[in-house]
Design a protein around this ligand. Structure first.
Ligand code: E4P
Length: 221
């Protein structure tokens, strides 16, 4: 399973990239706006930090406009992956971009039928938004299970399932159990994933025992 970071905050990206477990980064217009920085500059900087797919989203609503926005973004770095919305014009743009060898991440996916269309269009990644489904009382993870299962039936589908809108560490656990290719994770959830109280108490006990052994008579450590 791959782990992407879901943020446009370069300081956070540096922090978690240093753990050695980050395979890529996803951004969206809201995250870029929150960073307060120039879109292209942030994407270029992220590409210098993480050597893996870096999603940059287009905002045009027609396929021609999406492709026009995608080309300069893709020229920033070979790892730039163009994020397009899962609408008919987005599918058209995905087909054009994948035909040109540009990686795509089809975003705002909320159904298996949408995911099938993304795969048919040649998307590199499809991003089902599980948290937003949970928010309105549906079970987002069921969608992941459906897409993983359906894609497995069709060897001609090469689209990777990128679990998005991750809201808690249990979403990541369930994504791993469902066999999702990738989860894109907000930084604060990375901290929750790594933490376990038994790890902390176990480590404290080991260190305390080590200190007492060092000071005990006749023990040389
Ligand atoms: C990732 O690609 C998405 O942009 C992101 O996960 C959306 O998450 P949200 O539903 O918390 O905004």
């Amino acid at each position: 399973m791959q782990i992407f970071l879901d943020t446009a905050e370069v300081d956070d990206i540096r922090t978690y990239a240093a753990w050695g477990v980050i395979d890529g980064v996803t951004t969206n217009p809201s995250l870029i706006a929150k960073s307060g920085r120039v879109f292209e500059e942030v994407i270029a900087e992220i590409c210098e930090i993480v050597d893996g797919p870096i999603s940059a989203e287009v905002t045009a609503l027609d396929a021609e406009g999406m492709v026009a926005q995608a080309e300069p973004l893709a020229a920033i770095h070979p790892n730039v992956t163009i994020k397009v919305p899962l609408i008919p014009e987005g599918l058209k743009a995905t087909k054009v971009l994948s035909g040109r060898g540009i990686k795509t991440n089809v975003t705002l996916c909320f159904s298996l039928n949408q995911a099938v269309l993304a795969a048919k269009a040649g998307a590199t990644f499809v991003s089902p938004f599980i948290g937003r489904l949970d928010d309105r009382g549906e079970r987002g993870m069921e969608l992941i299970e459906e897409i993983v299962h359906a894609y497995e039936q069709y060897p001609e589908f090469h689209t990777q399932v990128l679990v998005a809108s991750v809201r808690n560490a249990d979403h990541v656990r369930q994504a791993a159990l469902a066999g999702a290719d990738i989860a894109t994770i907000p930084p604060k959830i990375m901290d929750k994933m790594v933490k376990h109280d038994l790890t902390d108490s176990g480590l404290a006990a080991f260190l305390a025992d080590w200190e007492s052994a060092k000071t005990a008579e006749g023990v040389a450590l």
